[in-house]
Write a protein that binds this ligand. Structure first.
Ligand code: G3I
Length: 321
């Protein structure tokens, strides 16, 4: 294959990336690579609650709309990210809950309105929604959040039902990190989804974020975990893949990184329910990694100047089966 779009076509999945709106607007090189290589996109921040409703009742859809419009122009499917999360909530919401001016019943109405407003706005345009993001913690407990504390565990089922009502054709996902390997987290997530399904809750997919680092062993059980969830009747996706490293970059580290990307894509392709392989940014020029992990970076397929790295070539070499 000539590029990732062609690879995607040949293997029958979609290969996607997170999109940074500022770069989409300001950088022609960014747009060129984005639209040449990718057939699926996720807004990196633009669809999050703090982005779309920074003041109560004041909606700012421009950035999210820009991602959607660019995608529709370039035959890219869209993952909506996300409807319920504990991060990047607007300040009016978190302060209101903290100081008690927003009570529990009102909070539930606010959550419902948020989900339905956003999912309805993009109805028919979103292939898959991350309805709930990161709702289990690393110890295998439901994550402490304003949602769990004030609404109880039922908020998860409610969120899927509301999203389904607002956009009946979108695939509705639970999305999380470390479920590539963390047994406690995997078991709790598995039981949670099994219970949701048993209650008839409209949940259709599980997203494995896939934030890896070469200083850790590759999670070799990942395809088996995918299969286990697929056997519950779920679609599977890799939703936020990246492979960071401790800087400086060396040829050896780039080779290991390439191998991690290659194994991840092969793993996805070995599971028939795996439909999407999305990276969390495609260029080291714009990546969340250096800002979050001191001394780490270089996690993407392209370097700061949009030159393809060994990881990119490694993906192109992957075949189905
Ligand atoms: O927009 C403000 C800007 O006005 C301000 O000047 C600047 C100063 O710090 O901050 C800007 O906001 C930043 C925002 O990204 C937009 O760039 C936030 O500080 C920063 O915290 C935020 O980080 C995002 C992070 O989620 C927040 O939790 C990353 O870009 C984004 O890549 C990351 O994505 C998450 C997924 O949604 C869920 N899974 C994990 C993944 C990586 O953390």
């Amino acid at each position: 294959p000539r590029d990732l779009r062609e690879l995607a076509q040949q293997t029958g999945i979609r290969i996607g990336t997170a999109v940074d709106v500022a770069s989409l607007r300001d950088e022609a090189d960014y747009r060129k690579v984005l639209n040449r290589e990718f057939s699926h996109v996720t807004a990196e921040n633009a669809m999050k609650w703090e982005s779309v409703e920074p003041e109560r009742g004041t909606y700012t859809w421009q950035d999210a709309d820009a991602v959607v419009a660019n995608a529709l122009r370039h035959d890219q499917k869209i993952r909506g990210h996300n409807l319920v999360w504990h991060n990047q909530l607007p300040a009016w919401l978190t302060t209101g809950v903290e100081n008690g001016t927003i009570g529990d019943a009102e909070l539930r109405d606010i959550l419902r309105d948020h989900i339905m407003t956003e999912a309805r706005r993009y109805r028919g345009k979103i292939r898959a929604w991350d309805v709930v993001n990161e709702v289990v913690d690393d110890d295998g407990n439901l994550r402490q959040s304003i949602w769990l504390t004030h609404l109880g565990p039922g908020y998860i089922a409610d969120a899927f039902r509301w999203a389904h009502r607002a956009d009946p054709h979108a695939k509705l996902y639970l999305n999380d990190y470390n479920i590539e390997w963390n047994t406690a987290k995997i078991e709790t997530t598995y039981t949670l989804i099994k219970d949701l399904k048993a209650q008839g809750v409209p949940i259709h997919g599980i997203g494995f974020q896939g934030h890896l680092g070469i200083q850790y062993d590759y999670p070799g059980d990942w395809p088996a975990v995918m299969r286990r969830f697929a056997d519950l009747g779920l679609e599977v996706a890799v939703t936020e893949m990246d492979v960071r490293m401790v800087l400086p970059v060396t040829p050896e580290k780039l080779a290991t990184q390439a191998d991690y990307y290659r194994r991840a894509l092969s793993g996805c392709l070995s599971v028939s329910a795996c439909r999407e392989f999305t990276v969390w940014g495609f260029t080291d020029r714009h990546s969340w990694v250096p800002g979050w992990f001191d001394g780490e970076g270089a996690a993407c397929l392209f370097d700061e100047n949009y030159a393809p790295k060994p990881a990119y070539q490694a993906l192109l070499s992957v075949k189905r089966g």
